[in-house]
Design a protein around this ligand. Structure first.
Ligand code: AHR
Length: 312
């Protein structure tokens, strides 16, 4: 793929003037909205004509959008793939058309030569970082955890569960009693947490909640409060994303920890595309972003403000 497209597009030297299709998943979370806005800002800054398509959580819409981009003859495609499987055919079509594809924030189960590069976090590590914080915080006491999973079949739901579960499994005092999808949304996170609380004796048995993203945790915090529980004190919380709302909850004492996922996947993606389209420079296959842990000790009010000022 690299050699072919490099030769084909070597005359398109600069990002300025590039036409790039972006198939976004939807707007399920604050993090997703931030990624959309950062991608648009990055494109504007670089003079890229970004063709944006919102798939409303449906893989079929993403496949349709990709086929539309291919028919238009875009210079490159960015895609945040909603689920991990089912991409071979359409990515094969992009490859045959000589259009480089960059995956953003989620992985796929497909041959690596179907895409130029992937800009994403190490999602297994994110789960492990979250679990390790809980292990360090709880120590040897018995602890029953409930888990809110992301979109079924998505790479972050699969990998964040694996990283967390594997780390927890090494500590006999921890049990994951319930695990269910909250679809990465605030409303579903709240609904599922209400069910967990009912099933766990009004929440008395729950020591901690692990959510695969902050939005589900914000919903779960509301469910705990509605049930007369004190999130962050009676029940520990740890989630992933580091969006402003979880920092506000941490500042109020309602949440304990989050693992940061930068919404700026587009910066490294455009850098890789610019270099590739200029002279065929092949990027690393996996460009991995940082997974930093934040707790209540890390100036959560300031972090919330800082992120809001960046448009997150
Ligand atoms: O793929 C990244 C995940 O998707 C984010 O953690 C979550 O908030 C989003 O919906």
């Amino acid at each position: 793929l690299a050699a072919g497209i490099g030769a084909l597009l070597s005359t398109t030297a600069m990002a300025d003037g590039l036409v790039v299709g972006f198939s976004q998943i939807g707007s399920e979370s604050g993090w997703r909205a931030a990624e959309t806005s950062v991608t648009k800002q990055e494109a504007e800054k670089r003079g890229v004509d970004l063709k944006f398509a919102d798939a409303q959580q449906k893989q079929e819409n993403q496949i349709k959008a990709l086929r539309g981009f291919i028919a238009q003859g875009v210079d490159a495609i960015l895609i945040a793939p909603v689920v991990a499987t089912g991409w071979d055919e359409v990515l094969g079509e992009a490859k045959d058309a000589g259009i480089p594809v960059v995956l953003l924030d989620r992985g796929i189960d497909a041959s690596q030569d179907l895409y130029l590069t992937s800009v994403a976090s190490d999602q297994v590590k994110e789960g492990a970082v979250a679990a390790q914080w809980l292990v360090d915080t709880v120590g040897d006491k018995p602890c029953t955890i409930v888990e809110l999973e992301g979109t079924v079949g998505s790479s972050p739901a699969i990998n964040r569960k694996k990283g967390f579960d594997d780390t927890i499994a090494a500590h006999a005092n921890f049990t994951i009693s319930r695990s269910q999808t909250g679809e990465f949304t605030r409303s579903k996170g709240k609904e599922v947490m209400e069910g967990f609380i009912k099933a766990e004796d009004g929440g008395k048995n729950i020591c901690a909640v692990y959510a695969h993203n902050d939005d589900m945790m914000v919903g779960a915090i509301q469910a705990m409060k509605d049930a007369g529980l004190k999130p962050g004190t009676d029940i520990l919380t740890v989630s992933i994303d580091a969006v402003p709302d979880i920092f506000s909850a941490m500042a109020a004492g309602d949440a304990n920890a989050t693992v940061e996922l930068t919404p700026n996947m587009a910066g490294p993606a455009f850098d890789a595309l610019e270099a590739f389209l200029k002279d065929g420079t092949v990027p690393e296959k996996f460009i991995i972003t940082e997974s930093k842990l934040y707790t209540q000790a890390d100036d959560p009010a300031g972090e919330a403000e800082r992120r809001k000022s960046l448009g997150y």
